[in-house]
Ligand binder design. Structure first.
Ligand code: ADP
Length: 486
């Protein structure tokens, strides 16, 4: 592979431990690739358990002083970090597109979205209210205070290299926790850039540490087994979430988990069809289908099935696939060869069981891991696309007849992150919204993520919520104070 180092004032070829840029105890390096070209962008020290332990010690030492600072001081530092991200959004977006592949305008959107969590929690930092409770007898007074849980370990995926990190770090730092952050091995450069700006913003040494390394299991094991870490916050696959939860059981460590989804996207006969197509494009093809809230199964009522399929295919055919730095590109590469192989496997499995390709259906030969945006019709229950998260630009269209039938099918999965539906009748809207077993439901919209709303899943899609005023709860303990003998 060709080595084309990516340069930016916001990059270091190091991890960040206790306020220092360091290669730690790494004895080898790992490469960060550009998925659009296959070129090597950077070689980073491959840090492991020893450096993770050092970071934990640093975070542990820094935590009391950070928590003791008045909330408005933590708030002001976070606000500064937000301002720096916004001021340097183009530079950060370029790093993100280079290592992850999403089109540059989408990357810029992610940077602003990521920054918005920091702004929001800079504001929320000042609003960590407790409560007073009327006592059952006159000689007592009862109070609840909220305190930071302590050191938090975060493990994040590659599909939102910036936003998945700020969504955890911002509420954690806002309430007085300190953090050891392990970004995905495919996309550590965005995390490094965020840490460079955090340092410039005045976040003290030890409060925010970044471990870069290829061995997720080793780093994760140290985070889960080190008793100085009080909480693990993870976004990624359900499979790894299960491992982490199991590892945290020994110390009853708190866990927040944002795991896989298998989002249904339902179009009823009375839907505004053009709006439903727009919604499907936004929900399905954003980030080339690589988000945990991407529509995975599209259920279309029989009266509009053919019309919806035709309109969707026409839109999909007008999408432009390519390097995210090229103007006009709307679909970038898949993250890596493994991601591409999974998408191919899902499509060929569906075709072998009777589905048909309306458009797309193939990988694009040459450098980079590209797959043509695809619409499949004639899709049925026994296919992999019905059960597993495809994580690619493939829309499988299922046909259904009744409301009851589609609710049953939509809920027939172990996942429960996001669901979407398009309908007109208000009575049906309420019925379906309440019946869907999901943490988030988009009604007549394909886009609902915002820092102001609680993001999270039910069932095997996870626990805890990120964003909104509820997002701080995952990083706070409540303490009940009972004053007697008054
Ligand atoms: P994805 O399929 O999106 O890559 P993963 O769940 O495999 O999702 O990865 C998400 C994050 O979890 C990455 O940072 C990865 O390095 C990390 N990871 C993978 N396996 C483990 C593990 N056993 N323990 C801790 N972290 C892990």
């Amino acid at each position: 592979t060709k080595h084309v180092p990516f340069s930016s004032p916001f990059l270091r070829d190091c991890g960040y431990i206790n306020g220092e840029w360091t290669r730690g105890e790494a004895t080898k390096t790992f490469d960060v690739l550009n998925p659009a070209t296959g070129e090597v962008l950077a070689s980073l020290p491959d840090m492991g358990a020893a450096d993770t332990r050092k970071s934990i010690d640093a975070a542990y030492a820094a935590q009391p002083a950070w928590a003791a600072r008045p909330a408005r001081e933590r708030s002001a530092i976070l606000r500064k970090w937000f301002d720096l991200m916004v001021a340097n959004a183009d530079e950060l977006a370029a790093i993100l597109t280079a290592e992850m592949g999403k089109p540059f305008p989408e990357a810029r959107g992610e940077i602003l979205y990521a920054a918005a969590y920091i702004e929001w929690y800079a504001e929320e930092a000042k609003r960590i209210y407790g409560e007073t409770i009327p006592a059952p007898s006159n000689d007592k007074r009862m109070i609840v205070i909220k305190q930071p849980v302590g050191v938090v370990g975060t493990i994040t995926p590659w599909n939102f290299p910036a936003a998945m990190i700020t969504r955890k770090i911002a509420p954690a730092l806002a309430v007085g926790c300190t953090v050891v952050s392990k970004p995905a091995e495919q996309t550590p450069l965005s995390a490094i850039a965020l840490a460079v700006l955090a340092e410039q913003a005045g976040i003290p040494a030890g409060v925010f540490n970044v471990i870069v390394g290829e061995d997720g299991p080793a780093i994760g094991k140290e985070l889960c087994s080190n008793d100085k870490v009080r909480k693990i916050s993870f976004t990624g696959s359900t499979e790894v979430g299960r491992i982490l939860m199991r590892q945290c059981a020994d110390q009853i460590k708190k866990v927040s988990l944002e795991l896989g989804g298998n989002a249904p996207f339902i179009v009823f006969d009375d839907a505004d069809l053009d709006a439903a197509v727009e919604g499907a494009i936004a929900s399905k093809y954003r980030n080339a289908g690589q988000t945990c809230v991407c529509a995975n199964r599209l259920y279309v009522q029989s009266g509009v099935y053919d019309a919806f399929a035709a309109k969707l295919a026409a839109k999909v055919e007008s999408m432009s696939v390519g390097d995210g730095f090229e103007a006009g590109v709307t679909i970038g590469p898949l993250i890596d060869a493994q991601g591409l192989a999974k998408v191919e496997d899902h499509v060929s499995d569906a075709l072998s069981k009777g589905a048909r390709v309306l458009t797309g259906g193939k990988r694009i030969e040459g450098a980079g891991t590209f797959f043509t945006p695809t619409v499949l019709t004639g899709v049925a229950r026994g296919m992999k696309v019905a059960r597993e998260e495809t994580f690619g630009p493939v829309a499988p269209l299922f046909r259904f007849e009744t409301v009851e039938e589609v609710i049953e099918q939509a809920n027939d999965t172990e996942f429960g992150l996001a669901a979407y539906f398009f309908a007109g009748d208000l009575k049906k809207v309420w019925k379906v919204a309440e019946a869907l077993e999901y943490g988030m439901v988009g009604i007549n919209t394909g886009l609902m993520s915002t820092e102001t709303a609680p993001f999270g899943g039910v069932k095997q899609s996870g626990q805890g919520r990120e964003g909104s005023r509820h997002g701080v709860d995952d990083y706070l303990e409540m303490k009940y104070l009972c004053i007697g003998n008054l």
